[in-house]
Write a protein that binds this ligand. Structure first.
Ligand code: XIL
Length: 563
């Protein structure tokens, strides 16, 4: 056993010295620290399979489809829940690719990207893509150019390599970034903001083929502190003082939850601490939407959702699945299923029911509940069903079809219909109540409704205690449970009014036995997803934590829980 690491050390040391142009006859060379990345944890990276001494990489075709059906910004998987590297000084990374059928891409990022349904914010980092003997070198510096949804590399060039099978080397040396193939130096660039976080997140992906990684190593002098690192969330634990613990004192079964994303859970210690110490329930914010789970018909990428679920389980949290039938966040194949003729509807129905069966079966036993239908009604406060693919294929009774298919695959999971703008009595709420009851009258299995409780604009969205109480009583009388499913509140009228609104919704929900849980739609404002008309991310105005600190809303929620 002892021989193998030593051999690696000598090899990598020689590589570093050769790249630096130093003499290898230095009388007292310090041994490098070497990490063999092939032997690390890749199990939650979609498209990557560890097979002995080789990583096999296959295309997932993950991409981001915009709400209007356009787009296709690549969304290649990264190793988020597995191993990443911490390194504070100079380092060298090398990778050898074999059997490349189309393209082979290797990404090295400073931090995970922020992934929304409509766009992905590229962090600082580097992506090398080998295609034939062409190598594309794309460098991102993590700053926004014009529009956050259109990441622009600060450096993008295509070079020719003499031997595509030679190791590719990426080296940070002081403030220079060097890229080489075998002994050929390909690029030497100013480092700028690339690799400034002290962490390296790795991705291996192909756009349209497959390849093998036969070697993948990191090496650095001892002084650089190179080490492998796991998810930030591994080091934090539920707190007896957190929101969930406070709520459980009066209602032991009540759950306080948050919508989460895997990137910050694994990379941001503040976010991980805020999440784990306060919440007893998790809703994957985007990772269980059809676009994330099935980028191509018949192809499933469950790894990211599975990683979130594994984290939740390890912390004693329950998981709410979000979401099956939805007009948004659909992959192209699903959005474009034909429905013009009876034969087309028949074959599209098969595809949609296959999707439900596969997904619900995969998560069976791991979820407490599912949003089986999400945002069924027309946007802008409408009361008729949106004519999405589910409607076009199954007709206006589609919620019953969906509910029955979910039940068939997992009879125990609690089913919800989730909607916005239905938090106070009115036409929209009446339509939601009717839809839930009609769905069950036709043979569906709806357990309750999700009231999203987004308060984006106080003049139209405010949720007073009295109106929410009446709402909860109405659903209770109809035999339905309620989840407050996505509460978030803007701070436009001040953080005092924002805090009061948060506390009102929580306290009112707690007082009703029909209200089984409360979920806030995010953890820390660092990751708010609101993009304004100019393509800027608007952060810092919604959630109960901001930049690692509780906002007044957090304290108000604690008071509402008697803390
Ligand atoms: C939002 C996510 O938070 C964003 O990251 C994504 O870009 C768009 O969707 N109602 C819902 C959620 O049911 O799925 C939405 O989530 C917020 C509104």
């Amino acid at each position: 056993m002892a021989g193998r690491p030593r051999r690696l050390i000598v090899l990598a040391s020689g590589l570093l010295l050769a790249l630096a142009g130093c003499s290898s006859t230095d009388p007292t060379p310090k041994p490098d620290v070497v990490v063999d990345l092939l032997q690390q944890d890749w199990q939650h990276t979609s498209g990557v399979t560890a097979d002995g001494d080789v990583l096999r990489v296959a295309a997932t075709a993950r991409s981001i489809v915009q709400q209007n059906g356009g787009g296709g910004q690549p969304n290649p998987p990264l190793n988020l829940a597995g191993t990443h590297l911490a390194v504070s000084g100079d380092f060298t990374l090398s990778a050898t690719f074999a059997d490349v059928t189309a393209d082979a891409s290797w990404a090295l990022y400073d931090r995970p990207p922020v992934i929304a349904d409509e766009f992905r914010v590229e962090p600082a980092g580097l992506r090398l893509t080998l295609q034939g003997d062409g190598l594309e070198i794309a460098v991102f510096d993590g700053t926004q150019k014009s529009d956050v949804t259109q990441p622009v590399p600060v450096h993008d060039e295509r070079v020719t390599v003499s031997d595509p099978g030679a190791p590719l080397t990426v080296r940070r040396s002081g403030d220079t970034l060097m890229i080489a193939s075998g002994a050929d130096r390909l690029a030497s660039l100013p480092l700028g903001k690339v690799f400034s976080s002290g962490n390296l997140w790795l991705g291996l992906s192909s756009d349209s083929g497959a390849f093998n990684v036969t070697s993948l190593k990191a090496a650095a002098p001892e002084s650089a502190g190179l080490r492998t690192s796991g998810a930030a969330v591994a080091d934090v634990h539920p707190s007896a003082e957190g929101l969930q613990a406070l709520a459980a004192k009066t209602r032991p079964d009540f759950r306080i939850g948050a919508a989460v994303a895997l990137g910050p859970l694994t990379a941001d210690a503040d976010y991980a601490r805020e999440m784990v110490s306060n919440f007893g329930s998790v809703t994957p914010e985007n990772a269980m939407k059809p676009q994330a789970l099935s980028p191509q018909r018949g192809v499933y990428t469950f790894e990211e959702a599975d990683a979130i679920i594994a984290i939740a389980k390890s912390k004693g949290m329950i998981v709410h699945g979000h979401t099956i039938a939805f007009s948004e966040a659909m992959p192209h194949w699903m959005r474009e299923l034909p429905s013009g003729t009876a034969a087309e509807r028949q074959s599209s129905a098969t595809a949609l029911l296959d999707y439900i069966r596969t997904v619900v079966t995969h998560f069976k036993g791991k979820l407490d509940s599912w949003d089986v239908v999400n945002e069924p009604f027309d946007v802008d406060q409408g009361t008729s069903l949106q004519q999405n693919v589910w409607y076009r294929v199954f007709g206006p009774g589609y919620p019953t079809v969906v509910s029955q298919a979910v039940y068939k695959a997992d009879p125990a999971v609690k089913q919800f219909i989730n909607e916005n703008g239905a938090d106070v009595p009115g036409r929209r709420q009446a339509a939601l109540l009717k839809l839930a009851l009609d769905t069950n009258a036709r043979g569906g299995h709806i357990y309750g409704v999700g009231l999203q409780a987004h308060v984006y604009d106080f003049s139209t969205d405010a949720i007073p205690a009295g109106k929410l109480s009446k709402t909860l009583a109405k659903f209770e009388a109809a035999g339905l449970r309620v989840r407050i499913s996505e509460n978030d509140v803007k701070d436009d009228p001040g953080t005092g009014a924002q805090a009061e609104q948060y506390a009102t919704v929580l306290a009112t929900c707690l007082r009703s036995s029909a209200c089984v849980s409360y979920t806030t739609w995010g953890v820390d404002d660092r990751y708010d997803w609101w993009v304004d008309d100019h393509g800027n991310l608007q952060q810092g105005h919604d959630f109960i934590f901001n930049d690692g600190q509780p906002t007044p809303a957090y304290d108000a929620m604690r008071r509402a829980l008697g803390g």
